[in-house]
Design a protein around this ligand. Structure first.
Ligand SMILES: Cc1cc2nc3c(=O)[nH]c(=O)nc-3n(C[C@H](O)[C@H](O)[C@H](O)COP(=O)(O)OP(=O)(O)OC[C@H]3O[C@@H](n4cnc5c(N)ncnc54)[C@H](O)[C@@H]3O)c2cc1C
Length: 399
């Protein structure tokens, strides 16, 4: 092997790229990560880690610090804005299925920070920031990755394999010509964070709540320092109108009337439901948001991406040690199936339940959720699915 080809390049130092990098380095494979930003993102994005994700992170030595810095949430709820609790799901039922029978509420940057620390300590890992992958060309032996420095100069890196973990607008995906079909959800999601303690103000409130309402559903999520409130918002409004402080205050008052709310962060973002037609393109592989996007209801986007990273690294390690590159086809078959049949299907169903305006259909959804938690076998099956454990078990059967 040419000395420039003795490594894997990862485009993008988000949670998915960094978990892939740590997994490869753990397997003795040298990695270079190219990151466009000058530092890792520390904004408030995903904040839920599901049980099997924590099981994976534990194997990589990344779970302990994260768990210490997060909140363990063994329960999550569906509620109705007027009637209160509809169903409370108990992740404690998963105690025989996972070492982490709870959702961990922790900001995703706490994971990327821990992963970077791990990579900094390893001489076979190199993280280069302020460098943007701009084009990709592969041949029979490797991949040439051209990246632009901040001063406008180009640099060409050579690697044996390239992982495109460069997020929703992935240049790597575009360079491979792989299609990214799907739809854009007809609403903008407004995410607001406040130090207000909803847990102290609403009796029986779980730390993760999906609250349905025929006029305006919303989500309440606790993080270690703040509560997040997520609202769907009319996409025809300008960002300025959506983020207008008076309108935000009105919406916060509609959740719980009281003193004016302190807003620590606010973001409005468009949500897509898309899955790439292919995850494997010769020596180039896609993972995470570069490969699939979904709405955040259920917290499965980042978690699914981390599951991609672990699966991909496992197969690539076998290829690196002499296995046939066709092994990577199984990565694509397994993880595309999960993205379409589990993540998208569940996220769309969660949205449908919250969005439902027909009173009879709303009542039917709510009755179904109540019946599910009242039946131990159905309750266990539901949390196996919503915690993403079932998707990982099912993919073993995918050849
Ligand atoms: C504003 C916002 C809010 C969100 N909120 C939630 C939420 O509430 N719940 C939830 O579950 N999910 C949420 N998400 C989604 C979640 O953050 C993603 O699913 C997760 O970050 C995916 O990780 P990733 O590593 O695949 O991609 P990313 O985290 O996007 O990381 C990609 C990395 O690649 C870098 N990059 C991009 N292009 C290039 C290039 N050409 N060359 C080199 N580097 C490049 C980027 O700078 C970035 O660091 C949110 C996303 C956004 C943007």
């Amino acid at each position: 092997m040419n000395k420039n080809e003795d490594r894997v390049i990862v485009a993008g130092a988000g949670p998915v790229g960094l978990v892939a990098a740590v997994s490869l380095v753990e397997a003795g494979i040298p990695v270079t990560i190219l990151e466009a930003s000058s530092d890792l993102a520390v904004d408030l994005r995903a904040s839920t880690f599901h049980p099997p994700t924590l099981d994976y992170l534990e194997k990589l030595g990344l779970a302990d610090g994260l768990i210490e810095r997060g909140i363990k949430c063994p329960y999550w709820q569906f509620r109705d804005r007027k009637d209160g609790e509809v169903a409370t799901f108990d992740l404690g039922l998963l105690k025989n299925e996972t070492a982490h029978p709870y959702r961990l509420q922790a900001e995703q940057w706490k994971l990327t920070e821990a992963a970077r620390k791990r990579l900094d300590e390893d001489p076979t890992a190199t993280l280069i920031t302020d460098i943007t992958v701009s084009s990709v060309v592969q041949d029979a032996d490797g991949v040439n990755v051209t990246a632009k420095r901040n001063d406008g100069s180009d640099e060409v890196f050579r690697c044996a394999y390239l992982i495109g973990a460069d997020g929703a607008r992935s240049v790597v995906r575009k360079e491979t010509g792989v299609n990214f079909p799907g739809l854009t959800i007809p609403e903008i999601f407004l995410s607001l964070s406040t130090p207000f303690r909803y847990d102290q103000a609403i009796e029986g409130l779980a730390d993760i709540c999906y609250i349905s309402d025929p006029e305006e559903w919303f989500v309440l999520l606790r993080t270690p320092t703040l509560w997040r409130v997520l609202f769907p918002t009319d996409p025809t409004l300008s960002d300025e109108a959506i983020l207008d402080p008076a309108r935000i205050e009105e919406r916060m008052q509609s959740v719980l009337p009281g003193a004016p709310y302190e807003i620590a962060h606010k973001t409005a973002y468009r949500v897509h439901e898309r899955v790439a037609d292919a995850y494997v393109h010769g020596r180039i592989f896609l993972a995470g948001d570069a490969a699939h996007l979904n709405n955040p209801l259920g917290g499965m986007g980042m978690n699914g991406g981390i599951h991609d990273a672990v699966n991909l690294a496992d197969k690539l390690t076998q290829v690196w040690s002499g296995g046939d590159i066709d092994l990577m086809g199984r990565y694509e078959r397994q993880r595309r199936k999960v993205a379409i049949e589990t993540v998208q299907a569940q996220a769309l169903r969660n949205r449908a339940i919250l969005n439902e305006t027909d009173p009879a259909k709303r009542a039917a959804y709510h009755n179904e959720l109540r019946a599910t938690v009242d039946d131990p076998a159905k309750h266990l099956a539901y949390v196996m699915k919503s915690s993403m454990i079932q998707s990982l078990r099912d993919l073993e059967a995918v050849a």
